[in-house]
Design a protein around this ligand. Structure first.
Ligand code: FAD
Length: 436
């Protein structure tokens, strides 16, 4: 290995890159990592973490409404958006610094700047040429931005003030989450989506419940596939309206542009993502890729798992391929939705003989507040084996419940296993073991 400056050079200090760099160094490898923006990447700086902080802040308005039904008198309620953004920024800065410190403590050389490939074993950064036995590309993705006056989620986190009238284009999870966030603070939000129901790809009953939840939260949901935008004047389905802010949440593209991948001969797929196998190997033997840049499953725990597995494989004497199977995920709508495994249509399309169990009920949490909102639980079971193929839920705490249920499902839980589990009463999650 002496012929190279380092054993591993990681491009991108986000979820996947940071984990791979740290674990590789802990295995004894000589590692350097480059980050062009802020340490922690999308999740920490402009993704999961600030998003969840804004969700907590926004859903406080629901808690205040519900508290009135519990006898509280609450007067003079107001919200200071700028104070929230400043507090969020302090937390992000703390986390970002912790990422960089942890890398350095593990012995990783931490380099700030934009890195590009010169060839299959050479990275160029800040005027330096660094040779590496292996190079890991973990550059993530970038928000797609239509032409015109659209912001994306990148800017939504740092708006100087909360506008009154907001349009969101896109009914994926980011569009849905921001529609709820802004509506919770009192903005008038219109969400424009191609389908009648948001969250394409989720189970139809989740899509229906989340769309209903948006409307109940005061969000106007418009199904329209030909939106005309002239600045902040939008025309959807023949109706023209003005907004103060237009946000596009229409997807993210792998960040491969200008990296010099062509110089190294790295192959991309039709969507511009780096093609890799289950070992995160590209077509170039010295170059690997993990996370959103590979176009596999664009979630933080997946990028982290891929980065960790790669470090174990290359330097830990522990070959670890990645299977993208049974990945729990949540949409932090208000109330949230969470899911693991197959949707009912996907299970049927895969040839399973399916039994579906469902529960729809108003949770006790709303008994006194009178909130008209139902929890939806849907369990998909394979009839011949009795195994749980999928579990989908919309309702308070559903991400926490699905994460715990994911352990049982990953272990191969059957419906009979759920049936013989005692209920924890009174709880929402007990319905999982009471489905008949
Ligand atoms: P990233 O975290 O994007 O890191 C890539 C890094 O590489 C970036 O910091 C970038 O600056 C750097 N970089 C790029 N090019 C170069 C270069 N040439 N030189 C040096 N540095 C470079 N996932 C979840 O699991 N749960 C959620 O709730 C969730 N919410 C999200 C909300 C939003 C609004 C967004 C946008 C994403 C969300 N995600 C969520 C997705 C999650 O953030 C990503 O899946 C995850 O960050 C991917 O990690 P990564 O390592 O592939 O890339």
């Amino acid at each position: 290995m002496g012929q190279y400056d380092v054993d591993l050079f990681v491009i991108g200090g986000g979820s996947g890159g940071v984990r791979a760099a740290r674990v590789a160094a802990e295995h004894g490898a000589r590692v350097a990592i480059a980050e062009e923006h802020r340490w922690g990447g999308t999740c920490v700086i402009r993704g999961c973490v600030p998003k969840k902080l804004l969700v907590y802040a926004s859903e406080a308005s629901r808690a205040i409404e519900d508290a009135r039904g519990h006898g509280w008198t609450i007067e003079g309620v107001s919200h200071d958006w700028a104070a929230l953004v400043a507090a969020k920024e302090r937390e992000i800065s703390r986390l970002s610094a912790a990422y960089s410190t942890r890398l350095q403590k593990a012995g990783v050389e931490v380099i700030t700047g934009r890195a590009t490939l010169a060839d299959a074993n050479t990275v160029v950064i800040a005027g330096r040429r660094i040779t590496a036995k292996f190079i890991l590309i973990a550059t993530g993705g970038r928000a797609r931005r239509p032409p015109g006056k659209w912001i994306t989620s990148d800017e939504a986190f740092d708006l100087p003030a909360l506008p009154n009238r907001i349009a969101i284009l896109g009914g994926g999870y980011i569009g849905v989450e921001f529609a709820h966030i802004f509506a919770g603070f009192g903005a008038r939000v219109t969400l424009i989506h191609r389908d009648t129901h948001v969250l394409r790809g989720f189970d139809p009953e989740v899509r229906e419940a989340v769309t209903r939840g948006l409307v109940a939260h005061g969000v106007e949901v418009i199904a329209c596939d030909k939106l005309v935008a002239a600045g902040h004047t939008l025309t959807a389905n023949g109706t023209t309206f003005e907004v103060d802010l237009a946000m596009a949440a229409i997807g993210r593209d792998p960040a491969t542009a200008g990296l010099g991948l062509d110089r190294a001969g790295v192959a991309l797929d039709g969507r511009g993502a780096i093609t890799v196998d289950e070992w995160s190997r590209t077509n170039v033997p010295s170059i690997y890729a993990v996370g959103d840049v590979t176009g596999r499953v664009p979630l933080t725990p997946v990028a982290i798992r891929e980065g960790h597995a790669l470090a174990d494989t290359l330097f830990g004497n522990r070959p670890t391929p990645i299977r993208h199977h049974l990945i729990p995920t949540a949409v932090f709508a208000q109330p949230p939705a969470a899911t693991i495994g197959m949707t009912e249509p996907a299970a049927r399309a895969a040839g399973h003989e399916v039994v579906v169990f469902r529960a729809k009920f108003r949770p006790m949490r709303y008994a006194l507040s009178g909130r008209d909102e139902q929890v939806v639980i849907k369990l998909i079971v394979d009839r011949p084996t009795d195994r749980v193929l999928g579990l989908h839920m919309v309702g308070p705490d559903s991400p926490e419940i699905i994460q715990a249920a994911a352990i049982a499902i990953t272990m191969g839980a059957t419906k009979a296993d759920l049936d013989r589990t005692f209920a924890l009463h009174p709880s929402t999650a007990e319905e999982l073991v009471l489905l008949r």
